[in-house]
Design a protein around this ligand. Sequence first.
Ligand SMILES: C[S@@+](CC[C@H](N)C(=O)[O-])C[C@H]1O[C@@H](n2cnc3c(N)ncnc32)[C@H](O)[C@@H]1O
Length: 199
Amino acid sequence: MRLEELKRRFSEFTQERRDELALRSARIGDFLYDLVIQNGLLNVLEIGTCRGRNSAFLTAACEETGGHFWGMDIGPGDCDSVERVMKQLGLTNFTQICNPSLPHMSVIMSENNINLAFIDGEHSFKSTYSEYCIAKDLINKENGIILFHDVDYIHCDSKEDKGIPETVRRSGATILQVNDDKVAYLLYGTAIIPEQWIK
Ligand SMILES: C[S@@+](CC[C@H](N)C(=O)[O-])C[C@H]1O[C@@H](n2cnc3c(N)ncnc32)[C@H](O)[C@@H]1O
């Protein structure tokens, strides 16, 4: 689905629903969309979909490339929300997994030749580093991207173990400013950050 069409369909949601979707959501949908399109990514995994706002940008982009989106979240309300958002937008090329575990992630990554692993679930070092280790081994090495969100602060759920900034430091990921937000990325093979996002 084209980006303009996705935004048009989102604009038909009630204001209340739009507000609800934006809650806890990064304002990086356009960036994620471009990343998939400009790299021609086919298989995308998001760990921590929340209510599915950015999942919709990724899935719509995958529809354009002929790809598929896998989402994971532990919140039953979040998983239901993703299903509803996709249905309302008319997107079908997705699989949402509720209550995932690291073994689920390994299976999805190994069976589906994942090109983008967007790590945005629990914010502890322990979780994100474990997810990163799986992603690093299994990501498509010819055209792959590992992406982290919430990279420059220690979330309240991870005060004990230095959180995502420690995973970013140990993985050697590069921090990128995206609008008023920040992500960190690792690129494999031919994958690039689209030029318009590099300052
Ligand atoms: C910051 S939100 C994600 C925002 C979303 N990626 C976006 O860009 O809009 C974090 C989400 O991670 C989920 N989460 C927490 N622990 C998780 C885990 N172990 N596996 C998968 N999801 C998890 C939470 O339920 C929450 O919905």
